[in-house]
Ligand binder design. Sequence first.
Ligand SMILES: [Zn+2]
Length: 217
Amino acid sequence: MLKNFLSLFIQSPCPLCRRRTGDWLCSYCLNQLLSYKHRRPHQLWSGALPRFIWGYYDGRLKQIIAALKFEKRPELGLELGLLLGEAWLQAPLEKLRPLVVPIPLHPDKLKERGFNQAELLAQGFCRLTRYPLSPQGLLRVKNTAALFALDPQARRETLKDSLTLGPSLAKTNQPILLLDDILTTGATAEEAQKVLKRNGKQVLGIAALASSLTLRP
Ligand SMILES: [Zn+2]
C-alpha cells in the first residue's frame, strides 16, 4: 500500500511518449525500442573493422538517441549502454576483455552539449561487462561539422587528422573496443582505428548502438 502510494510520486513522464512511468521508459516504448534490436548484432563482426551493432537506426531507437542528445537526457545514455552491454555479453563472440574507448567529441561540441553521448553509453556498457573504460583514450582535435552532407571520399578527407591518442592510452597494450552511438558510414571509426594502429594498438572493432548499414530486424 505504502509502496504503491510512494510510486505515485516517483513516476515521471516517459521520455518518448510522456506517459507516466516508474521506469526509464514506459513498457510500451521499451517494447517498441526492442523491436529495432538485431537478433544477431554481431552480423558485421568480421573484416578489417568488425562492427557490433545493437539495432537499426530508425523509429523509437532514432527518437531515443535524439532525446539523449538534443533534449539533453544523459541518464538515457547509461540505460542504452546497459542494453548494448547485455547484447554484447550474450553474443557468441570471443571476448578478450578489451579496454573500451568511446569516440570523442570535439571540446567545442562537448561544451555545447555538456556530455559525450558515446562516453555515457560506454559507462553503461562497462558497468555491465566490467570492462575497463578509457574515456579520454582518443581526443578530437579537429571540429568536423556536418559529415552527413559529404560523400565517402570527402568524409575521409575531412576526418583526416581529426583524432589523436590521449595520454591514458600511451602505456596500455590491452586490445581496444571502440564505442559510439551511431555508426553512419563507419568513416570516423576507421579514422580512430588508423590512429590507434599507428600507435601500435590492437583494435578489436567497434560497438555501436545504432546503424542503418544493416537490414531492418
Ligand atoms: Zn513511452
